[in-house]
Design a protein around this ligand. Structure first.
Ligand code: IPM
Ligand code: MG
Length: 364
């Protein structure tokens, strides 16, 4: 195995504990890497006015991929209050580091597998095995927002329908970004023996943006006659996922819908303790548990590290170490099925470290 270079970004709150847990498993599985600690998180916002300093982005560019824990983010006013005094009043605004990494590094795929491991007491139903492909660079996440309608917008006749004091968020959807995320979903389906891809939209209301997405999805789907293709409105999809989760296989959608649906799908298979993500571009990727920094649990050796351990599995798989990935996922499946070690969310008493050790023992 070649020795990889991994940017190690535990971040805030429980981020460090869950990343340490994943390291324990990576080491036990024989995965070899130089781990480069990177500065990211709330502390750097407070002291430097930037939660993702340029030196960290440079470091990402010099590594094979990054492993990210979690980051605290707070509403605008609170964020401004916590800034170091000398940085206040300069118009600095807090921007989510994970959203920035996705956009700056063009990590256009947000891949979120949701599998019901046998024996997980939190499974909503058994045998659920879904994968969400969320567009990761545009849509409602472009960060173009106005607290009220800018004067220059008022020349456009349709803008007159908007009250002057309305706040506005812009949603931008391009044909190219839509095409490549749907293409990625189909390629994944072919490679992993998946039977069906469902494109989720709201084209009956968001005619312009979802129209572009839906058209692109239909064009791509036509090139994969061997894979079933269907489409669904996002509201109905929420309902169908609860009613018949086993009818779905690969789901592909725009950024915000993917954010929402992937939490729903995560809950079908045990909640945030089991939800992990790959933010994947052409040449670089950032892997993370989907959960946040859970400040109230920080330092308590309490949270479930399985999401982070599964993110590590996805990382080694992406790097091409399929055998190591299989071992890690197999060890997670065994520990869950046996049921002797369970964290609090699963109704047990094991801590973060005990769960990580149980998986590491199985993998080694
Ligand atoms: C996620 C999270 C992020 C998002 C937040 C932390 C900005 O909810 O990864 O799903 O909205 O994408
Ligand atoms: Mg989310």
């Amino acid at each position: 195995m070649r020795k990889y270079r991994v940017a190690w970004l535990p971040g805030d709150g429980v981020g460090k504990e869950v990343c340490d847990a994943a390291r324990l498993v990576l080491d036990a599985a024989g995965f070899e890497a130089d781990y480069l600690d990177g500065d990211i998180g709330w502390e750097f916002w407070r002291t430097e006015g930037d939660a993702l300093p340029p030196r960290t982005l440079d470091q990402l560019r010099s590594t094979d991929c990054a492993f990210f824990g979690a980051i605290t983010s707070k509403p605008v006013a609170e964020a401004a209050r916590e800034l170091a005094p000398e940085l206040r009043g300069q118009g600095l605004t807090y921007r989510s580091p994970i959203v920035r990494m996705r956009q700056v590094l063009d990590l256009y795929i947000c891949l979120r597998p949701c599998r019901a491991f046998r024996g997980n007491p939190l499974n909503y139903r058994e045998d659920i095995d879904l994968v969400v492909f969320r567009e990761n660079t545009e849509g409602m996440y472009i960060g173009v927002e106005f607290p009220k309608v800018p004067e220059s917008f008022r020349a456009e006749p349709a803008m007159k329908r908007i009250p002057v004091d309305a706040a506005i968020s812009i949603r931008s959807v391009t044909r190219e970004a839509s095409r490549r995320i749907v293409e990625a979903a189909f390629q994944y389906a072919v490679k992993n023996g998946r039977r069906k891809v469902t494109a989720v939209h709201k084209a009956n209301v968001l005619r312009a943006t979802c129209g572009v997405f839906l058209e692109a999805a239909q064009e791509v789907a036509a090139r994969y006659p061997e894979i079933q293709f269907d489409t669904a409105n996002v509201d109905a999809m929420g309902m169908w996922l609860l009613k018949n989760p086993r009818n779905y296989d690969v789901i592909v959608t725009t950024n915000l819908f993917g954010d929402i649906l992937s939490d729903l799908c995560a809950q079908l298979v045990g909640g945030m303790g089991f939800a992990y993500s790959g933010n994947i571009g052409e040449k670089y990727a950032v892997f993370e548990p989907t959960h946040g920094s859970a400040p109230k649990y920080a330092g308590l050796n309490k949270v479930n590290p399985l999401a982070t351990i599964l993110a590590a599995k996805m990382m080694v798989e992406w790097l091409g170490e399929t055998e190591v990935a299989r071992n890690i996922e197999g060890a997670v499946a065994d520990v869950i099925e046996r049921g002797a070690v369970r964290t609090y969310d699963m109704g047990g008493e094991a801590g973060t470290v005990e769960m990580a050790r149980a998986v590491a023992a199985e993998v080694g």
